[in-house]
Ligand binder design. Structure first.
Ligand SMILES: Cc1cc2nc3c(=O)[nH]c(=O)nc-3n(C[C@H](O)[C@H](O)[C@H](O)COP(=O)(O)OP(=O)(O)OC[C@H]3O[C@@H](n4cnc5c(N)ncnc54)[C@H](O)[C@@H]3O)c2cc1C
Length: 495
């Protein structure tokens, strides 16, 4: 008898991490079933279509594509047969309140020259900064991002000593903003580099400067866009999963994880019990405990951390072409610090929010008809721990956004909007079961926040976790790494 086929795994959630974990467990010989409450796969990475327009609904910025490729390679498949992507020559166009525009090119040298031309900060200073981030990333990523950091024996190894010495530099105790301020002494560049704090929904005036490594990913490694938009990523992985015989049960909310003698034995969904050797939750960690493990004592230390920001998103079908925009665009707040004090301190929507506009049709022509564009317009919002008055909030905020876009782009944008679809923080909580509507689970607003994310294993035997709310964190690349770490732990049957 083939032992391999006897092992069963159940995965709760078909988000990007859930699909990746399903593939990895399949490769280990498990019979895998994924239970997904929604009608389809992808979780936060979905698409919204209206007439001949297509919009990505969640992520828009894609780095470290090799982490997707390696899932195809695991099954000796050529990833390019499933999805293709290209590097964006221009990552983001930054618009400032005084009409200055900085183009943040993927190519580090080109970006550094642009920064010098626009801000007078020497190109070599910008390049030195990016080199510092590269060194930090290369030393720390294998230990803190690709490793289960909650198993201390994995951290305290001789080979990790250079990285641990590097990270003990007091500069990492300071905030991203403080280090950027001291380094660049230029408000334009400080704002630009501070914005990386929002890549995991955090506050750059609080999050440790270690997170400057994100700039290395964009400028030294590159930002990418799949040929048919971000949704192609889960779509192609789902195709691979189907080819490999992984079972998907959609419209199947999991109500309970069955635990006997402190060991996960299976799940209950739609009135039926399903048993397995391993249960892996891709569901938000807070909701996993609140809804599926009601009788178990939750590990408060991992669940009570401050959550990341939420978002208000408008999908606008736009008549006309706005040449001044590129794929990714930022219209900055005049007072960036005040924006974060509102989002995290006062927990209210800021009256002059930074606006992000993503126009995939700039490089994916099929995303909008000729003469039109598909705008994804997003602002950061406080997560739903906010007690702000919700009455008229969306309408009032939309008016602020419209006015601001008109001012920055010198237009009357309302006249160009021919269709609108809105996603609020409450929608995000309801549709993807994201606790408090947060985009990335816990924020990274403190030096120890990485250790306060839920580990990829649990105190309940045979119950594992993957996804943006657990180690190593939110965003496509880290979710893919979480699936890798969790399934490696399954393989090693540790801790
Ligand atoms: C607006 C927005 C913008 C973003 N921008 C970026 C970006 O530019 N770049 C980037 O890398 N990342 C970005 N992110 C973050 C990124 O989308 C997430 O970190 C990532 O997609 C989370 O994936 P996940 O695997 O954790 O699961 P999720 O996508 O959260 O999916 C979890 C799945 O589990 C299902 N589920 C939950 N509970 C149950 C249950 N009880 N039973 C069955 N199924 C259940 C849900 O329906 C869902 O499908 C963004 C997110 C949002 C929302």
């Amino acid at each position: 008898m083939n032992n391999k086929t006897e092992k069963k795994a159940i995965i709760i959630g078909a988000g990007i991490a859930g699909i990746a974990a399903a593939l990895r467990l399949k490769k280990q010989g498990f019979e895998v079933t994924v239970f997904e409450s929604a009608a389809t796969f992808g979780g936060k990475i979905k698409e919204y279509c209206w007439q001949n327009f297509r919009f990505d609904t969640g992520p828009s910025l894609f780095t470290l594509p090799h982490l997707v490729d390696e899932l195809f390679e695991l099954f000796d498949k050529n990833p390019r047969k499933y999805f293709t992507y290209s590097q964006l020559p221009l990552v983001t166009k930054y618009f400032y309140t005084d009409d200055l525009v900085i183009e943040s090119f993927s190519d580090a040298k080109k970006f550094a020259i642009e920064a010098e031309t626009k801000t007078k900060v020497k190109a070599k200073t910008v390049l030195r900064f990016l080199e510092m981030q590269k060194k930090t990333y290369n030393l720390l990523a294998p230990i803190f991002l690709e490793n289960p950091i909650h198993i201390f024996s994995r951290l305290l190894k001789w080979k990790n000593v250079p990285a641990l010495i590097h990270v003990s530099n007091p500069r990492f105790l300071f905030s991203l903003h403080r280090v950027n301020q001291r380094f660049f002494k230029n408000d334009y560049l400080v704002k630009l580099f501070n914005r990386y704090g929002t890549y995991n929904g955090s506050n750059p005036y609080k999050m440790p400067s270690l997170f400057n490594i994100i700039s290395h990913l964009e400028h030294n490694v590159g930002a990418y866009l799949p040929e048919n938009g971000i949704f192609t990523i889960p779509k192609s992985l789902y195709q691979l999963a189907q080819e490999q015989g992984i079972n998907f049960r959609f419209d199947s909310f999991v109500d309970e994880i069955i635990v006997e003698n402190n060991s996960a034995k299976g799940i209950k969904s739609c009135g039926e019990s399903y048993f397995a050797d391993v249960v892996l939750s891709n569901m938000d960690a807070n909701f996993t405990y609140q809804k599926l493990l009601k009788t178990k004592k939750p590990p408060k230390i991992y669940l009570e951390n401050e959550k990341s920001t939420s978002a208000l998103i408008f999908h606008w079908a736009i008549k006309g072409n706005f040449e001044q925009l590129d794929v990714h665009n930022i219209l900055f707040a005049a007072d960036y610090k005040a924006e974060f004090e509102h989002l995290f301190g006062k927990k209210i929507t800021f009256s002059d929010p930074t606006i992000y506009i993503y126009v995939s049709s700039k490089t994916v022509p099929t995303d909008a008809p000729s003469g039109y564009e598909n705008w994804f317009v997003m602002i950061n919002m406080p997560n739903l721990s906010s007690t702000q008055n919700q009455e008229n909030l969306i309408e009032n905020t939309k008016n602020i956004i419209l006015k601001k876009i008109n001012k920055f782009l010198k237009t009357d944008i309302e006249k160009h909007i021919i269709h609108e679809n809105i996603t609020t923080p409450i929608d995000l909580q309801n549709t993807t079961h994201s606790y408090l509507g947060s985009l990335y689970g816990g924020s990274s607003n403190s030096i120890l926040s990485a250790f306060f994310r839920h580990p990829n294993f649990s105190k309940i035997e045979n119950l594992y976790f993957c996804g943006g709310t657990v180690h190593p964190g939110g965003g496509i690349p880290l979710c893919l790494l979480s699936a890798k770490i969790a399934t490696d732990l399954v393989k090693q049957k540790t801790p």
